[in-house]
Design a protein around this ligand. Structure first.
Ligand code: ADP
Ligand code: MG
Ligand code: MG
Length: 891
């Protein structure tokens, strides 16, 4: 015989917290609380298996269910000394749904079930309180009528409001038994009128009506949609809990409340919540009366905290709070009722919390000895640290929303609207706060983005150029705010009826994607001591090293401040866009003979040397990986015609020549074009200059500081060993020359990016001439999936929404495909050269899920944007703990 029904409370606990799948979260925890001796009104849970069986059998219950329910109901009667449906001392119950995970769309709870015209008199008599009895009865009809019978809720509310007006009372508690009796009659008429049926008076019919409504709600459209959005399988089913009523609405020594064992927004170890005297169920959240605080510490003068109003029950609740935290070893969200000064527990679950609270609670609990340090590390979601590292909008500040885009890079920033990168730089140099507003951004805008407080685009997704670059710099970014129209010519930005001009202020919330009109106050991030404590604990357990992607001194400083252990990717092309360099870069590109090219390149050398020297200084001996020039040359040429004229003048060349050169360099598919090491092979002078600059800078700084600098020179986009043979040899020749000139040597590494499938597949050969591999998973994702990041917006979201792909592969690594190549590359590379250093750079280096994968593959380090370094440190620690745990469990 299948057991369909599990009792709890009243001395028999057949379930427990471990049985969430069978009993649902609510039922499992009610049984758990009862079994550790907490005051839980007796009841029983009808399992989730009944729900599944119900749907499998064409909406019919298993044969033996009714008998099991009757037995369990009888147990409640015995425990309470009351009888369901009895005219003198009736047992009343609540019917509560409860799935494995809490789920909106499920049937609302029905309270006071078992009342009818007869039993209400019994309740009035046994309680000695007719007002209470009739209040309970009208609540029951109201709830059952709307939840089970489908009468619109406001029909009841309207009638109640009307009665209150006639009676001239403001508060429910002031309504007499007599008046409630009239309301009950009115409610029954409403039910009859709306449904054509009489309100059921038989308690058994009421019970099965409510149970069926719970199971029925599992398949309602709202629940269905919610399940689809959250990947909850339909066959999980919901459970139903039937539980003896306790009454918070029986007078001034009764109450109901909801609270958290600690403050869920700050994490402070203080009892946090609200309660209402003489109230029932959801009155606290329904806004019928103003709820009062729990703790006297948190109460304002005019408030009536539970601590002073119901001191006995409060003391008991404090004891329960302590017991619950010790037992569950986590902050709990609880629901309770006080009947005649006696406390009853009606629910407990793990409490939701903000990032700041998660951090504080984890650290505090570890210090209190409630959990271990390792558990504390696992309690904080790494991605949530983002919230702690950036300024946020002052929650109390007034605001008017202009539009909403994607939350592309977190933080909050306010500034004047500016439409071009050049103007951003000008204004920022004068100390103004500005927001760069573009339809979309391109590499030309990077300098402007750096100088701006934030970036707003009207087109593009979470992995658009603007989003990726802004995240990398730690700039606030709202991307793809499609309802905003930008007119560069008119210098205006339009959204709905609002027209803003250049110079007008806006505020961006990169955490939510909201754009506000004007300046909304922000509050700076507060990196508490708890933050560094957690980071310290994480560093103790992680194996993966964490480096940062950085090229400016600013970024490098930030990276070090956040604990980066080196630079994993310095993109030299970003340095080429500096206002003092771009002219030389363009001259280099425009040169039609190699002497002119050599002159331009020579002019760039001192700039690059300074750039690298300052990075080496800031990183003081930590590894720095410098990638030689990667993007196709036309990215450095001006796009607009007016700029073309200016530049031609500056270069002393004709506009036609410049235009022709630009046309010659333009490519149908630049991503797969003349870039990476292909440039280094066609124009060896460029790489030679960069290698020279790196080595001269390294020698300079190690002489300066006495520190050993070990530069790592990285060749991009290698697909074949022959390419690395050639570029490595050329680099070594330059290195030898520099050593000769300087009369010294130092250690250095030459390695390559693995970002083409061919490179991963032939990694064993490439490793013969590489000292390290850095998996460039951004390009590797594009080339493996045959999918351009810039063009994916039109179909990729659909793929993710409809489960064709589990996640956006540019955000979280595609483990089977791209990940398979990473694993292959790592393994075959190490088969040739066991000492080969392996790392990853690109967006995935800062994504917790991907980091877990890189830990499994056994890479040496990840490299991510400076602001994600703490996220990566924590994620790496969690990944290491997970791996250790997996290793403990025998296969
Ligand atoms: P939800 O899942 O929406 O939180 P619950 O089943 O927890 O719904 O019920 C909501 C509220 O109803 C509870 O917080 C509690 O105040 C009240 N309630 C439920 N069952 C009982 C009961 N047996 N006695 C008294 N109040 C109850
Ligand atoms: Mg609840
Ligand atoms: Mg690349």
């Amino acid at each position: 015989m299948t057991k369909w029904v599990y009792s709890f409370g009243g001395g028999l606990n057949e379930g427990g917290a471990g049985m969430r799948n069978l009993l649902g979260g609510k039922g499992a925890n009610l049984a758990e609380m009862a079994s550790i001796g907490l005051p839980v009104p007796p009841g029983f849970t009808i399992t989730t298996e009944v729900c599944s069986a119900f749907y499998e059998n064409g909406n019919a219950y298993p044969d033996d269910l009714a008998g099991q329910v009757a037995t369990a109901l009888h147990r409640i009667e015995t425990a309470m000394g009351l009888t369901f449906g009895d005219a003198n001392a009736p047992l009343l119950v609540s019917v509560r749904s409860g799935a494995r995970v809490s789920m909106p769309g499920m049937m609302d709870t029905v309270l006071n079930l078992g009342l009818n015209d007869e039993t209400v008199e019994g309740l009035a008599h046994s309680s000695g309180d007719a007002r209470f009895a009739w209040d309970s009865y009208r609540r029951f009809i109201q709830m059952y009528g709307s939840v089970v019978m489908g009468v619109p809720h406001h029909r009841f509310e309207d009638l109640l409001e009307q009665s209150k007006r006639t009676l001239n009372v403001a508060d429910d508690t002031a309504i007499s038994a007599e008046s409630w009796r009239d309301v009950v009659e009115g409610y029954k008429e409403i039910v009859l009128r709306e449904t054509g049926k009489h309100f059921p008076s038989d308690p058994q019919a009421q019970l099965w009506g409510a149970v069926s409504a719970v199971f029925g709600s599992w398949m309602n459209p709202r629940a269905h949609t919610y399940r689809r959005l959250h990947d909850i399988p339909a066959n999980w089913g919901t459970a139903v809990n039937v539980q003896a009523m306790v009454f918070g609405n029986m007078g001034e020594d009764c109450a109901t409340g909801v609270c958290f064992t600690r403050d869920p927004s700050t994490g402070e170890n203080i009892f946090y919540g609200e309660y209402l005297v003489n109230a029932q169920g959801e009155d606290v959240v329904a806004g019928i009366r103003t709820p009062q605080p729990m703790s006297a510490l948190r109460a304002a003068a005019e408030q009536r905290p539970m601590e002073t109003v119901l001191p006995e029950a409060y003391a008991e609740l404090l004891r329960v709070r302590d017991l619950l935290e010790k037992h569950y070893r986590d902050m709990q969200d609880i629901e309770f009722t006080v009947q005649s000064n006696t406390l009853y527990m009606l629910q407990t679950r793990t409490g939701k919390r903000t990032a700041a609270a998660a951090l504080k609670i984890a650290i505090d609990m570890a210090r209190e000895g409630l959990i271990t340090q390792e558990e504390a590390i696992q309690r904080v979601p790494p991605a949530s640290l983002d919230q702690l590292l950036h300024p946020t909008l002052d929650p109390n500040a007034e605001r008017t929303q202009l539009a909403r885009g994607l939350p592309a890079s977190p933080g909050a920033a306010a500034g004047a609207i500016v439409f071009t990168a050049e103007e951003v730089e000008e204004r920022a140099a004068q100390g103004q706060d500005v927001i760069l507003v573009r339809i979309e951004t391109s590499p030309e805008d990077v300098h402007g983005m750096h100088a701006a407080r934030g970036v707003l685009t009207t087109r593009g997704g979470m992995t658009s150029h603007a989003a990726v670059v802004a995240r990398g710099m730690g700039r606030v970014c709202v991307a793809g705010a499609g309802s905003i129209h930008v007119d560069y010519k008119a210098q205006t930005l339009t959204a709905g009826s609002h027209v803003l001009k250049a110079g007008d202020w806006i505020t961006l919330d990169g955490g939510t994607g909201a754009v506000y009109i004007g300046k909304v106050a922000t509050i700076p991030p507060t990196l508490s001591g708890d933050f560094s404590t957690l980071m310290g604990w994480a560093d103790d357990v992680r194996r993966l090293r964490v480096r940062a992607n950085a090229e400016t001194p600013d970024d490098a400083e930030t990276a070090r401040k956040f604990g980066a252990e080196g630079i994993g990717l310095c993109r030299t092309e970003h340095m080429f866009f500096g206002p003092d360099r771009i002219g030389h870069v363009r001259q280099m590109i425009m040169a039609d003979e190699s002497e002119a090219r050599a002159r331009a390149i020579d002019a760039l050398l001192p700039f690059q040397r300074d750039d690298f020297a300052s990075l080496f200084r800031i990183m003081s001996g930590l590894p720095v990986t410098i990638r030689l020039l990667d993007p196709p040359l036309h990215e450095f040429l001006p796009h607009g015609e007016t700029e073309l004229v200016d530049i031609a003048k500056a270069l002393g060349q004709s506009v036609e020549a410049l235009r022709a050169r630009r046309a010659a360099l333009s490519e149908a598919n630049p991503m797969l074009g003349h870039r990476g090491c292909r440039l280094g092979i066609s124009y060896p002078e460029i790489y030679a200059m960069q290698v020279r600059a790196i080595m001269e800078a390294a020698i300079l700084v190690s002489r300066e500081t006495g520190e050993a600098i070990v530069p790592e020179i990285m060749i991009p986009l290698v697909g074949m060993k022959t390419e690395l043979d050639r570029t490595r040899k050329a680099a070594e020749d330059v290195v030898a020359a520099v050593f000769g000139e300087q009369g010294t040597t130092l250690e250095y590494l030459i390695g390559t990016m693995i970002e083409l499938p061919r490179a991963a597949i032939t990694a064993a050969q490439i490793a013969e001439v590489a000292d390290f591999f850095s998996f460039g998973t951004n390009d590797l994702t594009q080339t493996t999936l045959g999918l351009s990041r810039d063009d994916a917006g039109s179909f990729l979201p659909y793929y993710v929404d409809h489960g064709l792909l589990p996640k956006d592969p540019f955000v979280s690594i595609d483990r089977e495909g791209v990940g398979g190549l990473v694993r292959l590359g790592a393994e075959s590379g190490r088969s040739t050269k066991p000492s080969l250093k392996l790392g990853v750079c690109g967006e995935h280096g800062g994504d917790p899920d991907s980091i877990a994968f890189f830990e499994q593959v056994g890479l040496d380090y990840v490299s991510c944007s400076p602001f994600r370094v703490p996220v990566a440190r924590l994620a790496a620690a969690q990944a290491a703990l997970l791996r250790r745990k997996a290793a403990e469990v025998p296969a």
